[in-house]
Write a protein that binds this ligand. Structure first.
Ligand code: ADP
Ligand code: MG
Length: 236
């Protein structure tokens, strides 16, 4: 199947179910098909399937709840990192389902995603939203406290030129952190620019996408990878 067919298929499956929020597994499969680097996410629908998927991915592994009704997985106890072996995955599965059902009793649950645990990096956010006036807009910022408390983010209208991507990264106040301070390794700014451009191109190609969140992306001295992804489609 060609990548664009896979994207079509993911988008139309959601539309047919009347959904605008793609799950993490759908979002990552779409992004992978479009050439954007994300951690693999394998859907497992019971504890044994989860353990088998983890054996393939390798340990330690990461497990997250997959539900078309849950946008913020850790808010409902739906993210566990560092599961050490198959038994931990089996136990973790049952525990996660119990916890999530308590905090979100009405959510439909597809299962969990099992994925590679990425090496820690500098956490950044790459996103796009649709502005009623300007149309699709890209956002960039540092992850965690920086984005939530300091609102240290930059915006540009899609489509981005290379120079826009470069400026978006360099105009945030936290730039020194990305450049590397006091002996701390910095981030591969070239890889982040490429990521911003790739997302901008995707948004241009796929006007069905209303919002896209890569939160967080782990940025390394060499390369960058999105460990979480959320795609929201426009209402029909
Ligand atoms: P949420 O839906 O709550 O945003 P995330 O998928 O972003 O859930 O996971 C929460 C946090 O767990 C992330 O911010 C990241 O620090 C960590 N995390 C998630 N996935 C991975 C992964 N594959 N490897 C390493 N850390 C991860
Ligand atoms: Mg996230």
């Amino acid at each position: 199947m060609t990548s664009s067919n896979l994207t079509e298929q993911i988008i139309s499956a959601a539309k047919n179910e009347g959904r605008t929020l793609l799950t993490e597994v759908e979002s990552k499969n779409l992004l992978m098909a479009e050439g954007i680097t994300v951690t693999d996410a394998h859907l497992a629908t019971d504890a044994d399937e989860a353990a088998a998927a983890a054996e393939k991915v390798g340990f330690p592994t990461v497990m997250k709840i997959i539900s078309p009704d849950i946008a913020h997985k850790s808010d409902v106890g739906g993210v566990v990192v560092g599961l050490a072996d198959a038994d931990a995955v089996r136990t973790g599965y049952e525990e996660m389902l119990r916890t999530v059902r308590e905090s979100a009793p009405d959510a439909r649950i597809d299962g969990v995603s099992i994925q590679t645990m990425a090496e820690p990096g500098i956490e950044v956010i790459v996103g796009s939203t649709t502005d009623p006036q300007f149309g699709p807009v890209m956002m960039f910022g540092l992850g965690g406290v920086f984005v939530e408390v300091l609102k240290d983010v930059s915006f540009r209208i899609v489509p981005l030129a290379s120079r826009d991507a470069s400026q978006m990264i360099r105009e945030i106040d936290a730039l020194p952190i990305l450049e590397g301070v006091r002996g701390q390794a910095g981030a591969d700014l070239g890889a982040l620019e490429q990521l911003l451009l790739a997302v901008s191109e995707l948004i241009e190609r796929r006007p069905e996408i209303a919002e896209l969140d890569l939160n967080p992306v782990f940025a390394y001295p060499d390369g960058a990878i999105a460990v979480d992804a959320r795609v929201v489609l426009h209402e029909e």
